[in-house]
Design a binder for this molecule. Structure first.
Ligand code: 13P
Ligand code: SF4
Length: 304
């Protein structure tokens, strides 16, 4: 089967199965091309919670499919490659988080959406990179525990008047970008606006113009009258940036900005997944109920 035939077969099967195909902004171009909705973690969580389709096929990584299963407990949630994970999400376990909770009794835990459902179940509220500052600012407490991303955590801490206890996790894809690589790219494109994801290190974030989620970057570029942008996040975002802004130019720092887990989802894997209705992602009831409370509390925070 060639690419065109595979795409046609996926669309046909998705219709037969009453399936909604969600794709994260870091997915391969060909996956983004056929998805019903492409977006950031927040947009996709909202889409999962609102769909009336019977099946959700999540083209992304494991924690995203788990969040969809938690938010839409009556749906069948499929992740085309079960092993597509997020190394940062694996850097905190419920057991280790409990030790931190015991160290700071009564201090609320804010879990970045890049965590397992079991970790979210132990948190008070979730956040994504799109709403992290608003979520933390909405809490009445003077102290918070932020897990698992130390970079997002230190960015939040710089934006709110609260004592923030950070977890030492990080995204291996974003954390290794060096400020020198951003400076070099800025020197090559002095008239470009520089956008970075908050998972980049504080040293990188100091060098950029805007700190945004992937959805925030797309919105910023869409609404900007500027023509050139330096993008400090995973290269998959280029697909939507180019589609939405054919008249604008995008530059990446000289750095291998690829999330290997996101790229595990291929057209072939998606087709086989729809044929077999597997792998299915499920979350045990007791975990799901507690994780849903954390995610729904996040979704209730006013967006704008
Ligand atoms: P966004 O929610 O900004 O799309 O980020 C998800 C992610 O995994 C970033 O590495
Ligand atoms: Fe996880 Fe980083 Fe990949 Fe996002 S880019 S899914 S944080 S490893």
């Amino acid at each position: 089967m060639n690419e065109k035939q595979m795409k046609e077969e996926i669309i046909k099967l998705a219709k037969e199965r009453d399936a909604l195909i969600l794709a994260h902004n870091y997915q391969r171009d060909e996956i983004q091309d056929i998805a019903d909705i492409t977006g950031d973690s927040l947009a996709l969580s909202i889409a999962a919670s609102e769909t009336d389709k019977k099946v959700i096929v999540f083209c992304g990584v494991h924690f995203m499919a788990e969040s969809a299963a938690v938010l839409a407990p009556d749906k069948t949630v499929l992740l085309p490659v079960e092993g597509a994970g997020c190394p940062m999400a694996d850097m905190v376990t419920p057991e280790a988080l409990q030790v931190m909770r015991d160290k700071y009794p009564g201090v609320p835990v804010v879990a970045y959406v890049n965590t397992s459902a079991a970790t979210k179940a132990l948190s008070d509220i979730s956040c994504t990179s799109a709403n992290a500052v608003k979520v933390v600012a909405s809490l009445p407490d003077k102290e918070v525990i932020l897990v698992p991303d130390r970079n997002l955590g230190s960015y939040i801490a710089s934006q709110v008047d609260k004592e923030c206890h950070l977890w030492p996790g990080y995204c291996p894809v974003h954390d290794q970008l060096l400020p020198e690589q951003i400076m070099q790219c800025k020197a090559e494109h002095p008239d470009a606006i520089c956008l970075a994801h908050p998972e980049c290190s504080p040293q990188v974030l100091e060098e950029v113009d805007e700190i945004l989620s992937t959805g925030g970057m797309l919105e910023f570029v869409r609404n900007s009258s500027h023509k050139k942008f330096i993008i400090a996040t995973e290269r998959g975002i280029l697909c939507q940036l180019r589609k939405e802004n054919p008249d604008k130019e995008f530059f990446f720092p000289d750095y291998e900005f690829i999330c290997k887990d996101m790229k595990l989802i291929t057209l072939e894997a998606l087709l086989i997944c729809l044929q077999n209705m597997a792998p299915q992602i499920t979350v045990p009831d007791e975990v799901s109920v507690a994780a849903r409370r954390s995610l729904e509390r996040m979704l209730a925070v006013p967006r704008d």
